[in-house]
Write a protein that binds this ligand. Structure first.
Ligand SMILES: Cc1ncc(C[n+]2csc(CCOP(=O)(O)OP(=O)(O)O)c2C)c(N)n1
Ligand SMILES: [Mg+2]
Length: 541
């Protein structure tokens, strides 16, 4: 037992849980939380310039590393500002531990007119969290944080929200810290695993569809091993890029359903093994509708199994451990030859994409060639960003981070800052459009304050280009709200103390290479408004 304030109890529990980054903004209603971590060399406090940035950074941090960061926000506007980033993390299955300040326990009354009052904040946060609660005494802090950690570590990872009224943050109590715990995830029901192994053995032409759950479970090796044993080609979802290296002979790349690239595979395959994917209708463009009838699905979330497609066998469990068990049962160490000519498929797919997305493909290939394999690319919803999962060769897990299904503009810069803080040795590049960049560009100040090496690429067409194109197609060219009046991006970057330049698309590769070699914080504006089929981004009707 130790005498401490609620704020100190939070700091102590964060350390027990191995959480060493806090993103947030101070206010009267969360100062005791910050006071708990002040001068603590074990915890890096990152002051952001808007709470949305805090949550997006914590999300990027988690997606790049699998580790959990905390956010401290004031109640009311601080929480509602953060909700977009928390919602992103909820949608993309990224964990983070958000602490919200609150008025004192006695003030928690609807319409009482207290500062930052927001009724039902635990419920509001709860709609984008896997776990959401209020703490009513400092003594409960270790237990509540432990519950949040269990929710994030033993189940599908999702954000957690813990609300701390001011008197709980600053009040003292006897607190008993909990010992560290090894969190574990279910390994899957053995009889279901046995049935799945039989189904896989009986299939003549199986393929694997790998989602973000493979990376969350650190199951990339077990995935490759099982694919080799089965001779099964591997298609990934947008979130699963990096689940298998694109250099692996069985890798077929991102399975965006739109272009019928995968018809040949889907019409021949007799079984799909779906691992760690909700078979997303948005990001995968309903590819799952064309999967064969026989489906084996492995997922940590029971609600995902069988949700989109009925399954022959469903296994609720950790992808790494289930795939290992399946490999052990199918095993014998003998690899089956792949039934599908993956190499010729990749060649034809590349030719098709070159025709469809020519100028973007060239640019993405230049970027790839300019930077090391472990570079983390963080996309926004912009022409190049939309194409990245399809066009970028990805070699390592967690190196292509896409805002996918929840899809907020302004994602890439703050998420990239989070990724860089989590993985300081890896180069990090954020990819934005002019529209998206202005949603969160103030976080350049955060990157600068944290002294980060980071490259922010801004593709400028002076428009919400994707929506303008959409209006061309769906509204007969009746444009509204899609033209933008922009600042001078180079001057904007310079005003933030960022090394800034403007380059032509053909020079992006060399500019990025030089920026990477020089180090530091870079803003590179690229005027880019290609005509032709590339502007029809993968989701365009
Ligand atoms: C928060 C939010 N508001 C609106 C949108 C709708 N939206 C999607 S793409 C887009 C245009 C993005 O413009 P820009 O960043 O310049 O990229 P471009 O399409 O021009 O390549 C808009 C407005 C969104 N995705 N998120
Ligand atoms: Mg634009």
């Amino acid at each position: 037992m130790q005498r401490m304030t609620g704020g100190q109890a939070v700091a102590a529990a964060l350390k027990v849980e191995g959480i060493d980054h806090v993103f947030g903004i101070v206010g009267t209603h969360d100062c005791p939380l910050f006071d708990g971590v002040v001068n603590d060399p074990a915890i890096r406090v990152v002051t952001v310039r808007h709470e949305q940035g805090a949550a997006l950074m914590a999300g990027g941090y988690a997606r790049a590393s699998g580790r959990i960061a905390a956010c401290f926000v004031v109640p009311g506007p601080g929480l509602t500002n953060a909700l977009t980033g928390i919602g992103m993390a909820y949608s993309e299955s990224a964990p983070m531990l958000v602490f919200g300040g609150q008025n004192t326990l006695a003030q928690l009354e609807r319409e009482a007119g207290h500062f930052h009052e927001l009724a039902n904040s635990v419920g509001i946060a709860g709609s984008v969290c896997g776990y959401s609660t209020r703490v009513s005494t400092p003594g409960d802090v270790p237990k509540v944080i432990r519950q949040a950690m269990r929710a994030m570590r033993c189940q599908r990872p999702r954000p957690s929200y813990i609300e701390m009224p001011l008197d709980v943050q600053s009040g003292e109590a006897d607190v008993a810290p909990l010992p560290p715990e090894q969190y574990s995830r279910p390994g899957g029901d053995p009889s279901s695993i046995a049935r799945a192994a039989e189904a896989l053995k009986s299939a003549k032409r199986p393929f694997i569809f790998a989602g973000g759950g493979v990376e969350s479970a650190e199951a990339t090796r077990p995935l490759a091993r099982l694919a080799e044993l089965l001779g099964a080609p591997v298609v990934t979802s947008v979130f699963g890029r990096g689940a298998i290296s694109d250099r692996h002979p069985l890798a077929l790349g991102d399975g965006w359903g739109r272009f019928n690239l995968y018809d040949e595979l889907l019409t021949q395959a007799d079984l799909a093994l779906v691992v760690g994917s909700r078979i997303d209708v948005v990001s995968d463009w309903n590819l799952g509708a064309r999967f064969p009838q026989r489906i084996v699905q492995v997922d940590i979330d029971p609600l995902v199994v069988g949700q989109r497609r009925a399954v022959e066998v469903g296994i609720v469990g950790d992808a790494a451990s289930v795939l290992d068990s399946l490999a052990a049962q199918i095993g014998g160490g003998k690899e089956r030859a792949c039934w599908f000519d993956a190499e010729s498929f990749r060649r034809r797919k590349h030719a098709q994409l070159a025709e469809r997305a020519g100028p973007v493909l060239t640019l993405v290939e230049d970027l790839r060639a300019a930077l090391p394999d472990d570079t983390i690319f963080v996309d926004d919803l912009t022409l190049v960003g939309y194409w990245m999962p399809l066009l970028l060769q990805t070699y390592q897990p967690r190196t292509l981070i896409h805002p996918g299904t929840y899809g907020t503009l302004g994602y890439s810069l703050p998420a990239a800052i989070g990724a860089k803080l989590a993985c300081p040795k890896q180069p990090v590049v954020s990819i934005s459009g002019d529209g998206g960049f202005l949603f969160t560009m103030q976080e350049l100040a955060t990157a600068r304050a944290q002294n980060l090496d980071l490259i922010a690429l801004v593709f400028n067409d002076n428009a919400f280009g994707a929506i303008r194109k959409y209006q061309d197609r769906v509204f007969n060219g009746r444009h509204i709200g899609a033209e933008l009046t922009n600042p001078d991006f180079v001057k904007l970057g310079e005003a933030f103390g960022v090394k800034s330049l403007r380059v032509e698309p053909k020079d992006v590769g060399s500019a990025v290479r030089r920026a990477h070699e020089a180090g530091g914080l870079w803003l590179i504006e690229v005027p880019f408004a290609p005509e032709g089929p590339a502007t029809m981004v993968p989701w365009m009707p």
